[in-house]
Design a protein around this ligand. Structure first.
Ligand code: PLP
Length: 549
């Protein structure tokens, strides 16, 4: 017996978990599965195999998370949100009427409720006047039956981090006696590196909770993680529901963690963090608001003079915030929304603001056919990211030219049928990139209608672009060889055709030279340079006499 199994409920120490045929088949992957009494056809209206039971802990999702957070797969349990992680931990360790958990108010409400449902006692040790952990206080209330200490860091409802030294001191003082559970629901909003995942190996009784709900936009799909010692994870798996995750939630999590999903998430979090900083400065200008607590999250807790009055004013604008008056007198919590939503919150509280800057032109597109699967994320106002992987080296290099010279951020990931030919991948990347740029341009307010440039190596290329909404492409130039590396030169023209159609632009390209590589590269650069001019925002007028583009 290890210290960990000693802490578990005795009734669960010898539990034989439910098993199914696929687990018992030990890795055998059937061509025909008649083991689960499933329906042989998928249901109406979906391409996902929803008629099949999902993998209880999908390897590919575990692998993605392990790679992203630099963990071993056997230290991760995928749960239905962090909330289910809290519930599973309490059920694994706490006997009704005997065992206890510790919470440190003000804190997240679910720890207490989950403990009460299980019949565990809840010991409360409030945060200090400096809003940090009262380590001595916690150690003083602990008994041999105190199994779990729940600590959100960043704190909810305030938003600041708990001091690492205090957490480590608790881990050491309660080694082999209690698990110290750090709930890092909001950690991704803080500047990196942050969080305690790297410290798990040092402290065997440290457990970290994470989730895709808040920072990865997936509250609706219920995907969270318990991260800790492999022995803990094995035991949690024993008491987990037999098929806890749905096919759709697994799919959504994989998408959010795909290269373009991660880039989109990161770019959007930047917007949220900027907005949080702006709101933190502006909210106290309201006569009803005294101050806001420091926050590293996607919310702000404000001290108000009258929380009910603040809630009423917001409600008259159709806005619902969270009244936390019962926990901290006068406190109201504001989640950070889109810039437009935040502007309305300020207006509801009679806070005057200067005209907001125009929204960032950030957009993601997804193209899925039998031949290719493509994700694209572009940000016309942030060239700070570039990640391209089409499986065709030369083509990656050409797309990089468009983004670098175009002055926009580009993430593009293509898995195509390269075994057949590069044709589908190149063509579909043109369509997907055009679609994403078109989406990012939105109503095209303030952009230049024409872009034009020449780019010169030994070769000369000229690109003229009109973002008119009317697709057209003209390609003038003879490439002296059929291949650039493995890249078929004839696909250059075809790429720009597809790109023009999806972007809704007329693109004219003319090139001359002796070397195909130079000519093709010059053409991609020229298109990038032309796009840079066309994307530039000057004022807010539409660059057309018709009033629409
Ligand atoms: C929102 C929240 C959770 C719940 O996360 P899910 O993954 O959606 O269950 C857990 N802990 C804290 C501190 C939260 O604020």
């Amino acid at each position: 017996m290890t210290w960990l199994s000693d802490l578990m409920r005795p009734a669960l120490q010898k539990l034989k978990p439910y098993t199914n045929a696929r687990k018992e088949a030990n890795g055998f992957v059937p061509d025909i599965a008649i083991d689960g009494n499933e329906f042989p056809w998928p249901p109406f209206g979906t391409k996902l195999p929803l008629n099949r039971y999902p993998d209880p802990q999908p390897e590919n999702l575990l692998g993605k998370i392990a790679a992203l957070w630099n963990l071993h797969k056997d230290t991760i349990l995928i749960s239905r949100g962090a909330d289910e992680g809290i519930d599973l931990l309490i059920r694994l360790f706490c006997r009704e009427g005997i065992d206890q958990i510790v919470i440190c108010p003000p804190t997240y409400g679910v720890y207490k409720v989950a403990a009460e449902i299980q019949g565990a006692e809840v010991l409360k040790v409030p945060l200090t006047s400096g809003h940090q952990l009262d380590v001595e206080g916690i150690l003083n209330v602990c008994t041999p039956n105190t199994k779990l200490v729940f600590i959100p860091s960043p704190n909810a409802p305030m938003g600041h981090f708990m001091r690492r030294e205090d957490i480590f001191r608790l881990c050491e003082a309660r080694a082999e006696k209690s698990l110290i559970v750090i709930d890092e629901t909001y950690v991704e909003f803080a500047p990196e590196p942050s969080g305690l995942l790297p410290d798990l190996t040092e402290y065997p009784n440290l457990v970290v909770l994470r989730t895709l709900s808040k920072a990865h936009a997936l509250a609706g799909e219920r995907i969270g993680f318990v991260i800790g010692q492999p022995e803990l994870i094995q035991n949690l798996l024993k008491i987990h529901a037999s098929y806890p995750l749905t096919q759709t939630s697994i799919r959504a999590a994989l998408d959010a963690l795909s290269p373009c999903g991660l880039i989109l998430g990161k770019e959007r979090r930047k917007i949220i963090v900027n907005e949080r900083k702006r709101m933190a400065e502006l909210l106290p200008k309201s006569s009803l608001i005294d101050s806001v607590f420091p926050s590293e999250t996607n919310f702000l807790l404000a001290k108000t003079k009258d929380s009910a009055e603040v809630m009423r004013k917001l409600q008259s604008f159709g806005i619902l915030a969270r009244n936390r008056d019962s926990e901290i007198p006068g406190a109201v919590r504001f989640s950070i929304g889109t810039p437009e939503e935040n502007a309305l919150v300020l207006k509801a509280l009679d806070i005057a603001v200067e005209d907001a800057s125009p929204p960032l032109r950030l957009f993601s597109a997804r193209r899925q056919t039998k031949e290719t699967s493509i994700g694209v994320t572009v940000n016309l106002d942030d060239p700070g990211f570039l990640r391209i992987d089409t499986g065709i080296g030369f083509f990656d290099h050409m797309l990089e030219q468009v983004a670098i010279h175009g002055g926009f951020g580009l993430g593009l990931d293509c898995k195509g049928d390269l075994k057949v030919d590069m044709h589908h991948s190149i063509e579909d990347c043109g369509l997907a990139l055009g679609e994403a740029l078109k989406g990012a341009l939105g109503d095209k307010r303030g952009i230049g209608r024409y872009g034009f440039t020449t780019a010169l190596d030994e070769a000369l290329a000229q690109a003229t672009i009109d973002l008119s909404g009317r697709p057209y492409s003209v390609f003038d130039g003879k490439l002296p060889t059929p291949l650039c590396g493995q890249f078929p030169c004839e696909m250059t023209e075809h790429f720009f055709q597809s790109f023009a159609v999806a972007l809704g632009a007329s693109i004219h390209i003319a090139m001359q030279g002796d070397n195909s590589h130079h000519m093709v590269e010059a053409a991609f650069k020229a298109v990038g340079r032309a796009l840079r001019q066309a994307f530039k925002r000057e004022g807010t007028a539409l660059p057309s006499s018709k009033g629409v583009l």
